[in-house]
Design a protein around this ligand. Structure first.
Ligand code: NAD
Ligand code: MLT
Length: 316
């Protein structure tokens, strides 16, 4: 715990309840968005705390050049945009809000799975453009189909529960999933090699780590059934975008729903072609973008800052 925490910079859009809570407890807050690295470093000469979402990249240079900085908080699940090793070297505490947006990310995943099955966005667009294409957009029932959940953590489990209510059989791979938990939640715990040939839909809910980078790639896609559908609301890079595009072009993959990309916002030609593919439903990293999730993560990160300053007992 800090004796006191000086002022805090909020450098990405975070719900206003975050700054309100800090200010109410006597911690001054400055809000400045879209700072370049140099501007961020200059601004942080005056602050002990920094709160970010996804846009601000808290890289090594920031830690190396901001001696006053004591704590960085992310109003979100992962800490992918914060250099943890650099933070550790400088003794800066890094906080996040795991779980605050899980339900929102889960609900988007479920919406995308049903949209994939019924071609919802494509049919809507077609009708708006004046066509009445009932045959073209005929889809498939989810009931009786097999959903593979790779990563049975917070979001994977919430997705499982909801898609089981649709009548889907859920199979899963997660190195930390025990047989006991698998039984409790009604999923079949399988190896990846058992999963590829039997899944109708694969949804990934892992962090992006060396073991999960390109988990869905050309080789694994080739082991899947013709007609496989892929969903990624976790992190860009878990699905190899070029391999997915090739599988869609050859009709081996029947559809994909993507909320996250290797580069955000996407600029490279492969990602742009993937997004434009008619069988792809793409959203601009909206998993956590609900009023409820944003209020929850904003309040949680503020409470953690207050606890560090000895101003709240909630997280102490
Ligand atoms: P979590 O930590 O609760 O669960 C992740 C699970 O992945 C863990 O159970 C872990 O054991 C498992 N895992 C690790 N390595 C694995 C591997 N090699 N194969 C299979 N499973 C593996 O995380 P969560 O809160 O459920 O979040 C899941 C992902 O969703 C994260 O990448 C998170 O950053 C992302 N996320 C995205 C959005 C969005 O806006 N799109 C919102 C929230 C979270
Ligand atoms: C997260 O890590 O929480 C999500 O990716 C959502 C966000 O960008 O905040």
């Amino acid at each position: 715990m800090f004796s006191t925490l000086g002022s805090v910079l909020i450098s990405d859009p975070v719900d206003a309840c975050c700054s309100e809570l800090l200010v109410r407890h006597g911690i001054p807050v400055t809000t400045k968005y879209k700072l370049s690295k140099e501007e961020l470093i200059k601004e942080l000469q005056n602050h002990e705390g920094l709160i970010v979402r996804s846009e601000t990249k808290v890289v090594n240079d920031v830690f190396a050049s901001c001696p006053k900085l004591r704590v960085v908080g992310r109003a979100g699940t992962g800490v992918d945009n914060i250099d943890l090793q650099a933070a550790t070297r400088k003794g800066v505490i890094v906080l996040n809000t795991p779980g605050g947006n899980s339900i929102s990310a889960c609900e988007l995943t479920c919406a995308l799975i049903s949209s994939l099955a019924r071609n919802v966005p494509q049919a809507v667009q077609s009708l708006k453009e004046g066509r009445w294409d009932r045959k073209l957009y005929s889809g498939f029932e989810l009931s009786g189909k097999t959903l593979a959940v790779l990563g049975m953590g917070r979001i994977g489990r919430e997705v499982t529960r909801r898609m089981q209510a649709y009548g889907m059989r859920v199979i899963a791979f997660d190195p930390l999933l025990t047989c006991e938990i698998a039984n409790q939640i009604g999923v079949e715990k399988l190896t990846l090699d058992e999963i590829w040939p039997i899944a109708d839909y694969i949804t990934v809910h892992t962090p992006l780590i060396p073991q999960t980078r390109n988990l869905i790639n050309a080789t694994t896609l080739a082991k899947c059934k013709k007609g496989i559908r892929i969903i990624n609301v976790a992190r860009g890079g878990i699905v190899d975008e070029e391999a997915l595009l090739n599988a869609l072009k050859s009709d081996h993959c029947a559809g994909a729903a993507l909320d996250v990309f290797i580069e955000e916002p996407p600029k490279n030609p492969v990602t742009l072609e993937l997004i434009a593919h008619p069988k792809v439903i793409a959203t601009p990293h909206l998993g956590a973008s609900t009023e409820e999730a944003q209020q929850r993560v904003a309040e949680e990160i503020a409470q953690q800052f207050l606890a560090l300053s000895g101003k709240s007992t909630e997280y102490a």
